[in-house]
Design a protein around this ligand. Structure first.
Ligand code: 5GP
Length: 149
């Protein structure tokens, strides 16, 4: 008998931290929201302006998400990435997404990272330290302004 194409993934856990943000049970510095997606500041930024975009539909990662949800996610990633680049006068952007612990994932609700980059400035370490909430609030304001919100 041949092996399955994908090993079975653990089930989606509705108590993950981003599901709690979606339900309003814990706060986040939101920069953008529509019917299918939410974008907010990462609390442990790997660079000034590090933003996360998530689908509202529950999915653990890329592999179990519905295509329509992925399409909405991609559209929001592009919209927010343009605003993040403008808000931080970035030279470029690093956009990334991890799947499962072996892939570096630590929060098990699908999310895409957007980090503005400046020539010669290295990325900070993943989950390197909590940012000052007032600083994150200011960064969220800048991104919302660039979105025209
Ligand atoms: P990953 O699952 O891709 O490894 O990363 C999860 C990301 O979520 C990390 O960059 C981490 O800093 C961020 N994060 C973890 N907990 C929270 C939280 O409670 N609020 C926010 N806004 N970000 C979080």
């Amino acid at each position: 008998m041949s092996a399955p194409a994908e090993p079975t993934m653990p089930a989606y856990d509705p108590n993950n931290i981003f599901a709690k943000i979606l339900r309003g049970e814990i706060p986040a510095h939101t920069v953008y929201e529509d019917a299918e997606t939410l974008a907010f500041m990462d609390v442990m930024p790997q660079g000034e302006g590090h933003t996360l975009v998530i689908p509202k539909a529950p999915a653990r990662g890329l592999l179990d998400a519905e295509p329509a949800s992925l399409a909405a996610l991609a559209a929001t990633v592009q919209r927010v990435a343009r605003a993040v680049k403008a808000a931080f006068a970035a030279d470029g952007l690093t956009v990334f997404q991890y799947n499962e612990p072996a892939g570096g994932q630590t929060v098990f609700h699908l999310h895409v990272h957007i980090v503005p980059r400046h020539e010669g400035v290295p990325l900070r370490r993943h989950e390197g330290g909590m940012a000052d909430p007032a600083l994150l609030a200011g960064h969220a304001d800048r991104i919302r302004a660039a979105l025209g919100a």
